[in-house]
Design a protein around this ligand. Structure first.
Ligand code: ATP
Length: 448
């Protein structure tokens, strides 16, 4: 197997060769300044970088190192950058973490410790790369994306009911894809050559709904200047999809019932009975059983419409689908050349997986769309998706662990250098003796 690439950004020639030798298990690339480092990032795309913050022209400060870090993160957000700083420069190490560094360690370098940090960074990079790939396959029937068992069940049911001429009622929360499923039923049925006609019964004022559905003759009412064909008639030979059926007013419910019983309609103001051959599919997010108990929805109409009932799961009930769909929508916007963003950062992936998605697929689609507009770099962040930062506690814990490790290292090295003389150790570390004792106690370092 080819060796993995490790970029070492270090201006000290002595340290460069020491590190090159220590990391011979990797394919080491060495850069002595910002320009060389950025070139190496572009040319080699190393998964892991160690970056000395003290680079020329500011070898004793951290400005050039932090600037280099900022650019590396912008060019290659998936690269894990481990920064090195003098132990008195804790602040710049914290700034580096805030800028997106993966970890830090205090100089002088302890090769064994750094080796562990580097190995762990390669491991995390590999896990994240695996995660970015997502599940190998997703079922996609009629543009319906899913990898979840719950939704696969629904798709199997749809396959079965498509060719039956029975009415189908889709029950599910808003944005779960009910209209998409209705279209799939139509496409898989023997009526696919006919029209798929959809009407959202909640979006049309009660007074106009009847005319929309049944059409009207010229002069049927004020403003009826010409004969208009209704949606039901338009669906002749095809499928009529009545969305939000729970919002149909009582008087229109009666007329719909008659159409379903007799399969004929009359346009408003007309006397001619027009036979209709259309498959009826309905959907609602309302609780029709409660509405029937309270007399708001006719029971006889319900039984005509609900010959086959399909329950559509919420997005939260579809394991893994949120991420799958997020990637699908991003790809869609990429294909349409509406974004250059090519993926999601680990914090975005964690946020997408953890989010409750009460607005279901529609909410997800809208957030990804927004994020493609907001994203500054090649990767979409949780902030771009406006999903808060569920990784914050994890990042804080990581920072605490890194700090503790740096403290332990500095103390252990100072103890060795001063033959265990704790006064000298405290002086070396520029802290008071009580503070040194406190630190040693809390880290469980024995005092001689
Ligand atoms: N499984 C899916 N795969 C791909 N796109 C989906 C999926 N489910 C929903 N969508 C998309 O999400 C959006 C909302 O879906 P749709 O309009 O079908 O939901 P709905 O349940 O009918 O919503 P409402 O009840 O509010 O009318 C649409 O743009 C649709 O294309």
């Amino acid at each position: 197997m080819a060796k993995q690439k490790l970029l070492i950004v270090e201006d000290d020639v002595g340290l460069q060769s020491q590190l090159e030798w220590a990391f011979e298990a990797y394919d080491v690339i060495v850069a002595g300044d910002r320009k060389a480092a950025l070139m190496a990032i572009r040319n080699h795309k190393p998964p892991v970088v160690t970056l000395d913050l003290g680079l020329p022209p500011d070898p004793d400060g951290a400005t050039e190192g932090l600037e280099t870090l900022r650019e590396i993160v912008a060019i290659s957000p998936e690269t894990k950058v481990i920064v090195a700083s003098g132990h008195e420069a804790r602040e710049s190490a914290q700034t580096a973490i805030a800028l997106g560094a993966h970890d830090f360690y205090a100089k002088p370098i302890n090769i064994a410790d750094l080796g562990l940090i580097v190995a762990r960074a390669f491991h995390i990079h590999a896990l994240e790369a695996e995660n970015q790939k997502g599940p190998a396959a997703a079922t996609s029937a009629n543009g319906i994306i899913t990898g979840s068992a719950a939704m696969m069940d629904v798709l199997r049911t749809i396959d079965k009911v498509a060719d039956a001429d029975a009415t189908v009622m889709l029950l599910g929360a808003s944005g779960t894809g009910k209209e998409l499923l209705a279209k799939a039923i139509h496409a898989k049925s023997s009526r696919a050559k006919g029209n798929f006609v959809a009407i959202n019964c909640a979006a049309i004022p009660d007074t106009l709904l009847e005319a929309e559905l049944f059409g009207h003759e010229r002069g049927a009412f004020t403003g009826a200047v010409k004969m208009t064909v209704g949606k039901i008639e338009m669906a002749q030979g095809g499928t009529l999809f009545l969305d939000e059926i729970g919002d149909v007013p009582a008087q229109t419910q009666v007329k719909l019932l008659r159409f379903l019983q007799e399969r004929v309609i009359e346009r408003i103001g007309g006397r001619k009975a027009i036979p209709i051959d259309a498959r009826v599919v309905t959907a609602t997010h309302q609780n029709l059983e409660r509405m029937m108990r309270e007399g708001e929805f006719r029971e006889d109409l319900y039984f005509r419409l609900a010959e086959l009932v399909v329950k559509v799961p919420t997005l939260a009930e579809r394991d893994g689908d949120a991420l799958l769909l997020a990637r699908h929508f991003l790809q869609h916007y990429r294909d349409a050349k509406r974004t250059k963003a090519k993926g999601f950062t680990p914090d975005a992936i964690a946020a997408i997986t953890a989010w409750p998605w009460t607005g279901n697929v529609r909410e997800l689609e809208n957030r990804v769309k927004r994020a493609t507009i907001m994203a500054d770099g090649p990767m979409i962040t949780a902030r771009d998706l406006d999903l808060g930062d569920p990784e914050l506690p994890a990042k804080r814990a990581e920072l605490r662990i890194a700090r503790e490790r740096a403290d332990r290292l500095a103390i252990a090295e100072a103890i060795a250098a001063n033959d265990g003389n704790l006064s000298a150790v405290a002086r070396d570390l520029d802290i008071s003796r009580p503070m040194l004792y406190d630190l040693m106690n809390s880290y469980g370092i024995p005092k001689g």
